[in-house]
Write a new protein. Structure first.
Length: 113
């Protein structure tokens, strides 16, 4: 069975992958936004502007990025808190490191993965 330290590093790797894909998605979204802004002066209908570009819409790219980061970030936060706690750090110290209350850390550690 993996230790809390090993699990935290696994979650960190997942977070890194999520950050990488998010950067790609957000760059694609930004490029789409720029193209749409360039087209706004043409008075073309939104349906025309949006459908002429292939791939996901800006809102889809942003939503996918936020969802991915939120999920990976939450799992890493919990794993990191568990690793710190298993190394003997008190909840008040972990809370200070995370910038949240001790009660929030207590709640975070009480949840199951």
């Amino acid at each position: 069975m993996a230790t809390t330290r090993e699990i935290a590093f696994e979650r960190l790797e997942v977070l890194d992958e999520s950050l990488s894909s998010t950067i790609e998605d957000l760059l694609a979204a930004r490029n789409r936004v720029k193209r749409l802004m360039d087209q706004r002066e043409s008075d073309a209908p939104w349906a025309e502007m949006v459908t002429e570009l292939e791939g996901p819409l800006v809102v889809e790219l942003v939503t996918r990025s936020l969802t991915s980061l939120s999920d990976a970030g939450s799992k890493f936060r919990r794993a990191q808190a568990e690793a710190l706690r298993s190394e003997g750090l008190p909840m008040t110290r972990i809370a200070a490191l995370f910038g949240v209350s001790r009660q929030r850390i207590s709640s975070l550690l009480a949840r199951t993965n």
